[in-house]
Ligand binder design. Structure first.
Ligand SMILES: NC(=O)c1ccc[n+]([C@@H]2O[C@H](COP(=O)([O-])OP(=O)(O)OC[C@H]3O[C@@H](n4cnc5c(N)ncnc54)[C@H](O)[C@@H]3O)[C@@H](O)[C@H]2O)c1
Length: 387
């Protein structure tokens, strides 16, 4: 059924989310307090739709219809008829509260309200509402038009009925939906931490340089991008901030400890591709450093990062953040991992994974390597995560 969807914030995420909803056939109102930003979003969406028409994804008439279904406004009151409003404004709790309190006065009683927040808790945003049972997280990935995954996050106050309704609705937008608990980093931003953190740690210990670690993860591991290439792509400022936020939100659990190397790169302005230099140099005349293609070393690097990723995936299941299937879907569809981490663990065997973690834990004596109890159980029972 076609609905009226509201999106607040016409920045990177909001413009993409509005386009996704319009492409699914809904009428969409995209609002922003900044009229220039609205204009930029309108131009960006038009350009993107034109390209899709050119590529034959839609007919010219459908493209036209999608654009006609999009309305741009500086007024929050324009969301009065919406059945769902997704907020994608600046990541600031106070400002989000102001917007949601005003919005609640504008919309009808059955309208679902949602935030695209990456790092604030759903409970803390929803607490400002009179009816928090209609509030949840709907977390798209950047770019929202291309990334298939959406995490739907009910808060403690959210009704099951509303969660199910939104799960169905977003699935009908040609997205892969995973439902997860309101815990820091949700699924992807939590489970993916060791991909960056352990790669940085391996570098800091002097075991290998950036290029060799990236080579190991792509060539031996089958990942599309190595950790350092990916951090440069995401931006060291953004990636570091996510790590720091998740670390603090987990009451400083050492598993999520940020890295000085990344912090120093950020402080030096080595942000990645966008600043011309990150872990690698992106200036035109620069040449990419060659990796040391030592297979034994590469295997050691890949296995160390992989077992930590599997341990984190097991923890998300152990702590009931999401089902094993949802965790695997999230990592393959949200960050393009070549395999679901838990399916990977099943393939290698929980005993194999546990042995490697126990070796690391014994060697370092650090909590970041402590094996998860669910992994221990799977190893003991010789059973699988994915049934
Ligand atoms: N950028 C990402 O990769 C990404 C990914 C997933 C989730 N998120 C989350 O999505 C949200 C938006 O992030 P973004 O990167 O699109 O931000 P952005 O800075 O690109 O855009 C934010 C927009 O909100 C507008 N805005 C600010 N205050 C407003 C208000 N009171 N009312 C209406 N509009 C207002 C700004 O004018 C701006 O256009 C954040 O909560 C962020 O955590 C971001």
């Amino acid at each position: 059924m076609k609905e009226i969807i509201g999106v607040i914030g016409a920045g990177t995420m909001g413009a993409g989310i509005a386009q996704v909803a319009a492409q699914a056939g809904h009428k969409v109102v995209l609002s922003d307090t900044n009229p220039e930003q609205l204009l930029r979003a309108e131009q960006q969406i038009k350009k993107s739709i034109d390209k899709l028409v050119e590529k034959g994804k839609f007919s010219a008439e459908s493209g036209q219809e999608i654009l006609q279904n999009l309305q741009f406004s500086t007024q929050l009151s324009e969301h009065s008829q919406a059945s769902l409003v997704i907020e994608a404004i600046v990541e600031n709790l106070g400002i989000k509260h102001q917007v949601f309190q005003q919005l609640e006065q504008v919309v009808g009683p059955t309208c679902v309200l949602a935030s695209n927040t990456s790092s604030l808790s759903i409970a803390s945003i929803g607490a400002c509402l009179q009816d928090a049972s209609r509030f949840m997280g709907i977390h798209f990935f950047n770019p929202a038009t291309l990334m298939p995954l959406v995490e739907v996050i009910p808060g403690v106050a959210t009704s099951d009925e509303n969660t199910q309704r939104i799960e169905q609705l977003i699935t009908s937008w040609y997205k892969t939906v995973v439902v997860c608990k309101d815990t820091p980093g949700f699924i992807v931003n939590r489970v993916a931490r060791p991909f960056y953190g352990e790669a940085l740690r391996i570098y800091e210990e002097g075991l290998a340089d950036f290029a060799t670690i990236d080579w190991a993860m792509t060539t031996i591991g089958g990942f599309k991008m190595g950790p350092f290439t990916l951090m440069d792509y995401i931006g060291n400022d953004i990636n570091y901030t996510v790590t720091e936020t998740v670390f603090a939100a987990f009451y400083y659990d050492p598993r999520f400890k940020p890295s000085f190397t990344q912090k120093r790169h950020m402080e030096a302005g080595f942000l990645g591709r966008k600043s011309g230099r990150g872990f690698y140099d992106y200036k035109e005349d620069s040449t990419a450093p060659a990796p040391t293609e030592d297979h034994n070393l590469g295997r050691q690097i890949f296995e160390r990062i992989l077992v930590l990723l599997i341990n984190e995936a097991a923890d998300a299941v152990f702590m009931q953040v999401a089902s094993p299937e949802a965790v695997d879907l999230a990592m393959t569809k949200g960050v393009n991992y070549p395999k679901g981490l838990l399916a990977w663990a099943d393939e290698l065997g929980a005993v194999w994974v546990l042995e490697r973690l126990e070796t690391l834990f014994a060697e370092y004596g650090e909590d970041r390597y402590r094996p998860n109890p669910l992994l221990r159980r799977k190893a003991r029972e010789q059973s699988k995560f994915i049934l």
